[in-house]
Design a protein around this ligand. Sequence first.
Ligand SMILES: [Zn+2]
Length: 306
Amino acid sequence: VKGIVFSGSGLDRAAHRRRDAAWLRERLADDATRVLPFWRLAPLVRTGDAPRLAWATPALLEGREEAPAPVFLGVAGGIAHFAADLSDRPEPLAEFGFDGVAHFPDLRAIAGLLPPDEAAIAAQARHVVDWHARHGFCPGCGERTHVQDGGWSRRCASCSTEHFPRTDPVVIMLVLDGERCLLGRQPAWPRPFFSALAGFVEGGETLEEAVVREVAEEAGVVVSDVRYLASQPWPFPASLMLGCTARAATREIVVDRSELEEADWFTKDEVRAALAAPTPRLAVPPPMAIAHHLIRAWVEGDSSAA
Ligand SMILES: [Zn+2]
């Protein structure tokens, strides 16, 4: 499956450098180093018809010793890349001279317009910047935690426990019944928007078990033959979408109204038409969502379970 938004970063994460404090210090003293500013979880993006990430130099970090430490993202072309959270500043565009040339758009709104490799870098950065913003205190003892390893872990000042950025797996599955697929809609979604069913993987559960449980809970349909197809980082705030297909063993739908407003079977012809343009009965997710790719793979006959 190609064209998954937030995949395909050109950065080498160079994880072996994260514990090399001297190397990180040198990179942050090098004007060639690139720093991606974030403000309230939004990346700095150049304004204009072709949006691109707006990289700053490490000069941005001068006098910010008390601010959140920059996160080392990786290396490309011999140049180190970092992310820096400017959320403590009330007017960063004016303060740092970005007014008129760049802005802080919501990543979800801008991701599809960025070059794919840049959207992937922004996803990596948003995921970790957000984690730091919410993990200043140890969940074990309540004391302060401090950034270490170039921003890839935190250590409690009191009990020394190390904490790492978490990733939350979510299964998203296209349930197939021959030439039909099962789609659902949440109450908040505009009509006639439907998508693949999805839910968080729980503790002590395999990916396959999560698919079976979620489809049974949300739509009352029994499925088997779960196949993994593709994944997508989804940094809102920390998910990894695991795209699957599953084969329906039962057809009757019993919707859990606390999760979905409606679920129904749609034929391949209906779905094919909706992929081209929304129909009165069905609109499907845009290419930004992995659900779009699951649906398209099935319609185009690439799906392993089709
Ligand atoms: Zn602690």
